[in-house]
Design a protein around this ligand. Structure first.
Ligand SMILES: [Ca+2]
Ligand SMILES: [Ca+2]
Ligand SMILES: [Ca+2]
Ligand SMILES: [Ca+2]
Length: 374
C-alpha cells in the first residue's frame, strides 16, 4: 500500500537526512514499470528531526585556575568552561550555572566565563575553592551535566603581625639579678607561610642590657640592672613577618627597676671636728647627715654614737649631736667618739665618722692671789 516503514534505529546524530528513490512496478510476469509518459519512480527526501537525547558534555573533566589575592579585583576573569551538545536547536542550547552558592565567583550563563564576585580580601590564607558548574540544555526533558572547577586562591601578605591587647606592658624587675625572664611577647599573623613567619627584635637593647629571642619573643635581661644608674626603661619590641614586603607591629614596654638595698648610708666627711665653749647648757653641736643612694625603706638611716654616750647624744633619725650637760675645760678639754649611720636590719650597710670635740676655755675665774695675805 506504499507505506514507508523504518525497519532500523534512526539516529539524527548519525544521519540526519535520507534520500530515497521509490520505484513503482506491477506484479505481473514479466514485471513492468510504468513507462513514458507515465513516471514509474520518485524521490523521497526524509529529514530526521532531533529529539533531546544528548546531555551537554564539558570539554574537560576538570578545570583549574589560580588567583592571587594581591591582584584579585571584582569582575576579573578566572577561566571559562565550555560544554557541547550533540543535539541541535533548543536541544543543544546550553545555559551555565554554579551549583554551590558563593559571593566570590559568578558565571556568565551563556558564555561559561567565571569571574570574581569580590576582591577576595577576606581570604587570609592559601585556599582551594571547588566550584561545581552545571551545564543544562534547553530541551524537553532538560538534560544536564556537572563539571568541577578548582580555583587556588593564593594568600598575600596583607596582614601585619598583631600583639594581643591583653599583654601586660607595665613590668617591674629587681636590680642586680644576673638574668631575668621578663616573659614572652609573641604576636599573631592572619596570613600563612612566610607571610605569617614572625621574627622579633628590640629597637634598642640598651647596650646589650636586654635580649629578645627572635623566634619566640621571649624577653630576658642579659646584664644585672642597676636602679641607681637607670630606674626605668621604655623597651620597643618589633614583630616583623617574613613576607615581601614585610609587615610589622611594635609593642612598647615600660620596665620599672625595683630597688634593692645595695647602698650603705655614706657620710660626706670621714671626720668632723667641733669646738664647744665650756659651761653652756645642753645644745646642738653638730648635724652630720649621711645620705643613701637607695630609695624608700632602703634609704632609711638610723644614727648611733659609739663612746662618750654619757656626754653626747645623737638623734636616732636626725643625726643631730647634742651635749647632755655643760662641758668643763678644766676637767677635760677634748672628746673623741664614733658616729655611725646604718640601714636598720642591714648590719653591713653602715658608715662611720670620727667626731672630735674640743672644749674651749672660758675665763670664768678672776685672778687669784696665791696667798690669802702677804
Ligand atoms: Ca541535548
Ligand atoms: Ca603577614
Ligand atoms: Ca639600690
Ligand atoms: Ca641603703
Amino acid at each position: 500500500d506504499g507505506v514507508l516503514v523504518a525497519n532500523g534505529y534512526i539516529d539524527r546524530e548519525t544521519k540526519d537526512r535520507y534520500e530515497l528513490l521509490l520505484v513503482a512496478s506491477d506484479n505481473g510476469v514479466p514485471q513492468r514499470q510504468f513507462s513514458v509518459p507515465y513516471q514509474s519512480f520518485t524521490y523521497v527526501s526524509i529529514q530526521v528531526s532531533d529529539v533531546n537525547d544528548n546531555p551537554p558534555r564539558f570539554t574537560k573533566a576538570h578545570y583549574s585556575a589560580s588567583v592571587r589575592v594581591a591582584t584579585a579585583k571584582e569582575g576579573e576573569s578566572v577561566l571559562s568552561v565550555s560544554a557541547t551538545d550533540l543535539d541541535v536547536g533548543i536541544n543543544s542550547v546550553i545555559l551555565y550555572s554554579l551549583m554551590n552558592h558563593t559571593d566570590d565567583f559568578r558565571i556568565n550563563n551563556h558564555t561559561g566565563e567565571i569571574t570574581l564576585g569580590s576582591n577576595l580580601d577576606h581570604i587570609t590564607a592559601d585556599t582551594v575553592v571547588t566550584l561545581i558548574v552545571t551545564a543544562a540544555d534547553q530541551g524537553v526533558p532538560q538534560l544536564t551535566a556537572n563539571g568541577k572547577v578548582t580555583v587556588r586562591v593564593n594568600d598575600i601578605n596583607d596582614n601585619p603581625p598583631v600583639f594581643s591587647s591583653l599583654v601586660q606592658t607595665k613590668l617591674s624587675a629587681p636590680e642586680n639579678a644576673a638574668s631575668l625572664d621578663l616573659g614572652a611577647f609573641s604576636a599573631t599573623d592572619l596570613d600563612t607561610g612566610v607571610n605569617a613567619l614572625i621574627s622579633y627584635s628590640l629597637q634598642d637593647d640598651f647596650a646589650g642590657e636586654f635580649h629578645i629571642d627572635s623566634s619566640t619573643g621571649k624577653l630576658m635581661t642579659k646584664k644585672p640592672l642597676d636602679r641607681e644608674l637607670m630606674d626605668s626603661y621604655e623597651l620597643k619590641i618589633i614583630a616583623a613577618d617574613s613576607g615581601k614586603p614585610s609587615q610589622s607591629a611594635s609593642l612598647v614596654l615600660s620596665i620599672t627597676v625595683e630597688d634593692v638595698n645595695d647602698n650603705p648610708p655614706v657620710f660626706p666627711q670621714k671626720s668632723y671636728s667641733v669646738t664647744v665653749k665650756e659651761n653652756l647648757p645642753p645644745h646642738v653641736i653638730l648635724s652630720a647627715a649621711a645620705t643613701d643612694d637607695d630609695i624608700g625603706p632602703n634609704a632609711v638611716i638610723h644614727y648611733t654614737i659609739i663612746g662618750e654616750t654619757a656626754t653626747f647624744h645623737v638623734g636616732e633619725l636626725s643625726g643631730t649631736i647634742t651635749t647632755l650637760h655643760p662641758l668643763d675645760y678644766e676637767s677635760r678639754s677634748q672628746y673623741t667618739f664614733i658616729l655611725k649611720a646604718f640601714n636598720p636590719g642591714e648590719p653591713d650597710l653602715e658608715d662611720t665618722a670620727d667626731i672630735t670635740v674640743t672644749v674651749e676655755d672660758v675665763n670664768e675665774e678672776g685672778p687669784v692671789f696665791e696667798k690669802p695675805s702677804y
